[in-house]
Design a protein around this ligand. Structure first.
Ligand SMILES: [Zn+2]
Ligand SMILES: [Zn+2]
Length: 338
């Protein structure tokens, strides 16, 4: 089978790997769409790799022993390879499992852990079925496209009486604008890149602030009648944005960190105790909420078509990574069969 690879000469292309086989509760998925995430950062820095990606949707093509899926099922492939048995997995919090399984060791497959590939292998409980009225391509946004911000907004209970601020309009933050506006919240986006600031507006942001401008906190206070935002999500992973969210949140407000990275000092008295602020981290979403996330996809097809700005054949993955490096894109999808 073909997989995507980053080569030593800073080019990208295809590599050949053995096609994996099902074993036990590990099933094989024929990958039909690969939503691209942050892998381009490795390409940019000259990384050499041929096992890439964590987002995929496709069709089950090989099953050994499974009571959950059968050949022909269309599925979203959930990230990581959790144990499926611990208290976190049983509660749908598989992403936080402390007992990850080793697919290669258990199945003997040399390949199959990457999603930038024609086939992959995962435990059957990592497969979320796609209903008939949703395309495999759109369902693929139930990975990082819409997932992490959906999880953040579920935890914060975002609804139509909230003002929500989201920092960082990469593919995760832009998905956050879709999630927040679908819930009816007045949504503020923070982004300096012109392409992404414009896209955030098109997806429904009521106000877009440029983090390089002066007086953003004052503008924001004016916009919220001097109160601050009710709820906020950082998708930038940048300390200044994370700090801005803490300052911009209202008293008794909530801030959730979704973007990886950054380090900041939090004043326990002024930022947290006296403000009554709730700070939390969120990686993905509770798998029990997957059917609710499907409603976001089902009821926002027009916005989703705007959000997916580019589609590339996997054979041209280099151009896709080059495009992502410029920032002139929303969510980018790869087709591993072209
Ligand atoms: Zn577990
Ligand atoms: Zn991702």
């Amino acid at each position: 089978m073909k997989v995507a690879a980053m080569f030593e000469d800073k080019t990208g292309g295809l590599a050949e790997k053995p096609k994996p086989k099902a074993k036990g509760d590990f099933v094989v998925v024929k990958v039909q769409v690969v939503p691209m995430c942050t892998e381009y950062k490795g390409f940019k820095s000259g990384r050499h790799a041929d096992c890439l990606g964590h987002e995929a949707a496709g069709e089950i093509v090989d099953v050994d022993h499974s009571s959950r899926v059968k050949v022909g099922d269309r599925v979203v492939v959930q990230p990581v390879t959790s144990c499926g048995k611990c208290h976190l997995c049983l509660r749908g919090e598989n992403i936080h499992c402390q007992h990850m399984r080793n697919m290669h060791k258990e199945t003997g497959n040399e390949a199959g852990s990457a999603t930038y590939a024609q086939y992959l292998v995962k435990p059957d409980y990592h497969m979320s079925h796609i209903p008939d009225d949703i395309s495999t391509e759109y369902a693929g946004l139930a990975c990082c496209g819409l997932g992490p911000t959906f999880g953040a907004m579920e935890q914060m209970g975002v609804n139509a009486i909230d003002t929500v601020m989201i920092t960082g309009m990469g593919p995760v933050g832009l998905g956050g604008v879709i999630n927040a506006t679908y819930r009816g919240a007045r949504t503020i986006a923070v982004e300096s890149h012109p392409f992404r600031a414009k896209l955030a507006k098109e997806l429904g942001a009521a106000l877009v602030l440029d983090p390089n401008d002066d007086g953003n906190l004052e503008k924001l206070m004016e916009f919220t009648n001097g109160i601050g935002v009710d709820k906020a999500v950082d998708c930038s992973g940048a300390a200044p944005a994370q700090r801005f969210l803490i300052d911009a949140a209202r008293r008794k407000g909530q801030v959730t960190f979704v973007g990886e990275g950054g380090a900041l000092e939090v004043q326990i008295s002024n930022d947290m105790i006296r403000k009554g602020l709730v700070l939390r981290g969120n990686w993905h979403y509770n798998l029990a909420e997957y059917p609710r996330l499907l409603n976001v996809i089902r009821n926002n097809t027009e916005k989703i078509e705007k959000f997916i700005t580019h589609r590339f054949p996997m054979s041209n993955v280099q151009s896709a990574w080059e495009l992502q490096t410029t920032g002139n894109c929303g969510k980018v999808l790869l087709d591993p069969w072209n």
